[in-house]
Each structure stands twice: as structure tokens, then as C-alpha cells.
Design a protein around this ligand. Sequence first.
Ligand code: Z5A
Length: 208
Amino acid sequence: MRGKLITVEGGEGVGKSTNLAFIQQQLESAGIDLVVTREPGGTEVAEKIRQLLLTPSDEPICELSELLLVFAARAQHVEQLIKPALESGAWVLCDRFIDATYAYQGGGRAMDLNVIAALEQMVLCDIKADMTLLLDLPVEVGMARARARAELDRFEQEQLSFFESVRAAYLARAEADPNRVAVIDAAPALGQVQQQIAVALQKLGVGV
Ligand code: Z5A
């Protein structure tokens, strides 16, 4: 049987890395054969593209290059890792996926959603997340958490308005597809955030 694809999404500082470990532990304790990966990245070549995307450089990366690099990394990731894993029956837990493109390039950069949809169709075909956990947090709170954590990458150096647009685009995606996207309030203490995640995972029969 084909495995399930679970994606974790959210803006800066929402606690994706922290909660990914918890989700992994929940799924593995349920006996699920799990592949954990991330975007951009997840394979050797896609991780090289990630470096290009995240590292600040003197030459600005234009919006179209950014979009195409995101999809180039995704095409490699899907063909080399995600598709074979799902076909083998494993579940895939992916830190960011296609919703991030609609949020960052579609929302943040205001790029044409029809272009994104066309590239999505070309690269993903029938691959769709079975569940997306969207960690949601007011932008200022997330930015404060991200700043306290580490040096800011190329995206994290954007203005507040960029992240407001990213958040709005994520929430619009959740509203349009409530059966797939579970919105998790990432503001409370970690234990409470993880309680919400555990409840959402029950929908997949995990931890019931
Ligand atoms: N990108 C794109 O533009 N288009 C695309 O299609 C895709 C990606 C796929 C890389 O993402 C960048 O790629 C991303 C968009 C772009 N933008 N950026 N930057 P990434 O996922 O690798 O980068 P990230 O957003 O920095 O993810 P992260 O490392 O998982 O960070 P995080 O969500 O902020 O998680 P964290 O490090 O676990 O948490 C941040 C801090 O908050 C940390 O100190 C925690 O201890 C703390 N924390 C976590 N939870 C709590 C609670 N509940 N209370 C208090 N403090 C907390």
C-alpha cells in the first residue's frame, strides 16, 4: 500500500524543527516506517540548491530564479526520494513542501499563482500531502524567536510585511483545504502545541 505524505509548514520561528522531532517520535512509536526529509533539500543535489537559495549573496537572486530553483530542488526530491519512499509503503514526513511555495513565492513575493500551479502540476503530478500541520504564530513573535536562535538566512532578512503576506497565504491555503490542513496554534508553551499536534495526528489513526 502506498505510504502517506505528512508535511509541516509555517513562517519564521514557529518551531517547525522542534516539533518535527515530536511528530517523528509519534509516528515511529505507532510502528510506521518513516522517512524524514525537508524542502528545499532532501537529496544531495537538492541540498546544493538549498544552499543557493538560503545563503545571502552580493548578486540578488531574482524572483523567477528563486521560484525555479525551489521547483528544481523539488523535482529532484520527488523523483529521487519522495515517490520511491511512498511507493515502497513508507510514510514521508517533510519539513515544508508545496504550501511553502504558495506562501513565500505566491504570498511573500506576490508571484502569479497560475504559474506556481502550472509548475506544481508538472513537478508533483498526483503527489499531494495527506496531512499538513500548519504551525501558526503572529509574525512578530516568530521573528523574535528566530532572531534569538541564530544568524538570519536570506529569507529571514525580509521585511515584516513580507512575513505578514506569507502568513496570510498559509492561512488562506488552510481555509481552502480544511480536511488536509490542521492549523496548530504555535504560541503557547511547547507541551500545549504538541498536544494539538497529537490530536491532529489521531485523524490518521496515530496514537488512537
Ligand atoms: N522556502 C521557500 O521560499 N519556498 C519553498 O517552496 C520552500 C521553502 C520549500 C528555508 O526553510 C526557507 O526556504 C524558508 C522558506 C524558503 N524560509 N526561511 N527562513 P527552513 O524551514 O529551513 O527554515 P526555517 O523557517 O528557519 O525553519 P526552522 O529551522 O524549522 O525554524 P523554526 O520553525 O523557527 O523552528 P525552531 O528552530 O524549532 O524554533 C525557533 C525557536 O523557537 C527555537 O529557539 C525554539 O526553541 C523556539 N520555540 C519553539 N517552540 C516554542 C514554543 N512553543 N515556545 C517558545 N519557544 C519555542
